[in-house]
Design a protein around this ligand. Structure first.
Ligand code: ADP
Ligand code: ASP
Ligand code: MG
Length: 547
């Protein structure tokens, strides 16, 4: 296996340099504005469960490794496109090999790209009673993994061992799909178990390929180490237990020079039932494990150069941001920047572990460093993000004006639907509440609201709970952005230039974002125009606009 041209020298992935002295109090602050507010993305992020008792936050720029005299420990995660085929996996192997020269490594891996979508579709086909369609998806996945294995692994014994593992994982999948298809019921547990198969196939593949190429590795199913609650489809880690399991199961491998390759996206309850952390959740797996091991750094290797000023698929001129704060990155993720799962920053908030976002396909580039405070000198608008797949729900109208506790009852219904609210607008004088949720959760949220207000609505002809599925959100993100009114004014002008109507504006309780609700079809034009307005595509790191 050859070293990739210009492969980034692992020494430049050096120890953490956070100079944070204290753990900031980030509890959500009210902006005093009763009419509009944005849900603070990671207010819960500061929960102390991510920091073990007796573990000091890094001080004076000393990393865990420097403090203990050990080799640094890095958690590195590879996303779906990074392991999309044998060629991509060869690049991943180079990065692992080069980084492992100077650091102990814990590797976290996603399913090969597209695989989880196919598995979800197999689960849905099974629910519809179409087992043959599900089985044919599983066969497709077998071929895909077999092809990659044959390209990467030449030892017959190793290939056979891997084939047996693949067979047993796919057999489990097939049994689950058959049961689902017979009962025509897709339980949350079964959905998680089926959609987890991709990681359970990719981790053994990568570990076997690494081992064959001289990097001793072992695949580990995260069900062995990442303990979660039983919120299937969006489980949360139980950090103390996770830490204990990581020490018992993974630490000995590190001590013996073996690279553990752990499945992202999944965990298990205390009873051993498989859970998933939610779609895109491998990023979260990486930072949970980073916190559990008190890693010196966590790196998310993906298919873009880092965190960019906007999604490059929407804004071709978007630039890489060299350094960004936890808060800004969390806001971007919360408001739709797919490069990070929305919960990614949570586990690091108290350990102050630096997070890097880097490009598997351009490892010579430095990427983006996400640090507790961001770059000392910068302020102003840092990036834009958009959420095209959103829905605006309104609870209001004349009949609601006299109903007591509308706000509290609305929140109760939202909680029942487990909907993640992106932003809320409220007019207390008229009992009018509008809020935006991801489209996928809109129907369940409306149903929960109708149940909650059933009595009041029974006598009404007019519908007081309405759903608008034609909207999107553009969010301007940055810390110390300066005058919010100036930011709003400039964004307003930029949107107006493209004839984009603004349906609502909401300023975040964190003072770190301002969101504009617009028509879904206007999102792209609005993003491009606003990106130009703040000159985000042209800027050098020191030139972030301050207004
Ligand atoms: P992975 O498979 O590595 O997890 P994802 O597809 O989940 O990768 O995330 C990477 C994608 O995120 C990029 O290809 C890009 O289109 C998208 N993206 C959205 N917003 C941003 C942003 N601000 N910066 C970088 N990438 C972004
Ligand atoms: N494979 C999972 C998904 O596609 C998790 C991840 O990629 O982060 O959602
Ligand atoms: Mg991802």
């Amino acid at each position: 296996m050859s070293i990739l041209p210009n492969a980034h020298d692992s020494r430049s992935l050096g120890p953490a340099d956070s100079s944070a002295e204290t753990i900031g109090n980030r509890s959500g602050r009210s902006n005093g504005n009763a009419l509009s507010l944005v849900h603070a993305p990671d207010g819960a992020a500061m929960a102390s469960e991510f920091i073990p008792d007796g573990v000091a936050v890094r001080r004076n720029g000393h990393s865990r490794a420097q403090e203990s005299g050990n080799r640094p420990l890095q958690v590195i995660k590879f996303g779906g496109t990074s392991v999309g085929d044998a060629h991509c996996i060869a690049r991943v192997m180079e990065i692992v090999r080069s980084t492992s020269r100077d650091s102990d490594l814990v590797v976290v891996v996603s399913a090969m790209s597209g695989v989880t979508n196919k598995l979800v579709s197999a689960a849905l086909q099974s629910e519809a009673g179409n087992y043959p369609a599900a089985a044919s998806i599983l066969e497709e996945l077998r071929s895909q993994h077999e092809l990659a294995a044959q390209t990467l692994i030449h030892s017959a014994a190793e290939l056979e061992r891997l084939r047996q593992k693949t067979n047993s994982v796919l057999q489990e999948g097939s049994d689950l799909c058959r049961q689902t298809s017979l009962s025509r019921e897709l339980t949350l547990r079964a959905r998680d178990a089926i959609s987890s198969l991709g990681e359970r196939l990719s981790a053994p593949l990568l570990a076997a390929a690494l081992t064959e190429h001289g990097v001793p590795s072992e695949a580990i199913e995260a069900t062995e180490v990442l303990v979660t609650d039983d919120c299937f489809g969006g489980a949360e880690p139980l950090m103390d237990l996770t830490r204990e399991r990581c020490e018992a199961r993974v630490r000995p491998l590190l001590q013996n020079g073996i690279v553990p390759v752990i499945t992202g996206f999944i965990g298990a309850t205390l009873d051993g039932e498989l859970t998933t952390l939610g779609r895109g959740g491998s990023d979260y797996s990486a930072t949970i494990l980073g916190a559990a091991f008190c890693a010196d750094e966590v790196t998310i290797w993906t298919d873009v150069d880092g965190v960019l000023t906007s999604d490059p698929r929407m804004v071709p001129g978007a630039c890489t941001i060299p350094e960004i704060s936890y808060r800004e990155a969390a806001e971007l993720a919360h408001f739709g920047a797919k490069v990070l799962h929305p919960k990614t920053l949570r586990p690091l908030m108290q350990t102050h572990t630096p997070l890097w976002i880097r490009n598997t396909f351009a490892p010579e580039k430095t990427g983006t460093k996400v640090t507790p405070e961001g770059s000392l000198n910068d302020g102003g608008v840092k990036a834009l993000t958009a959420f095209s797949d959103a829905a605006l729900i309104r609870v209001g109208g004349p009949a609601m004006a006299s109903v007591a506790n509308v706000l509290a009852r609305t929140f109760t219904a939202i909680a029942a639907a487990q909907a993640d609210v992106l932003l809320i607008l409220h007019s207390s004088s008229q009992n009018d509440v509008r809020f935006v949720v991801p489209s996928a959760l809109a129907k369940a949220t409306v149903e929960a609201l109708r149940r909650e207000f059933e009595q009041e609505l029974a006598v009404e002809i007019e519908d007081h709970i309405t759903l608008d599925s034609t909207i999107g959100i553009i969010t301007v993100v940055g810390q110390n952005m300066g005058e919010v009114s100036a930011i709003i004014g400039r964004t307003f002008n930029a949107l107006q230039r493209e004839n984009v109507d603004i349906i609502a504006i909401a300023q975040g309780s964190s003072d770190c974002n301002v969101s504009f609700v617009v028509g879904r079809n206007d999102v792209k034009a609005g993003l491009l125009s606003t990106h130009r307005e703040f000159q985000l595509g042209l800027m050098e790191p020191e030139e972030f606009p301050t207004k």
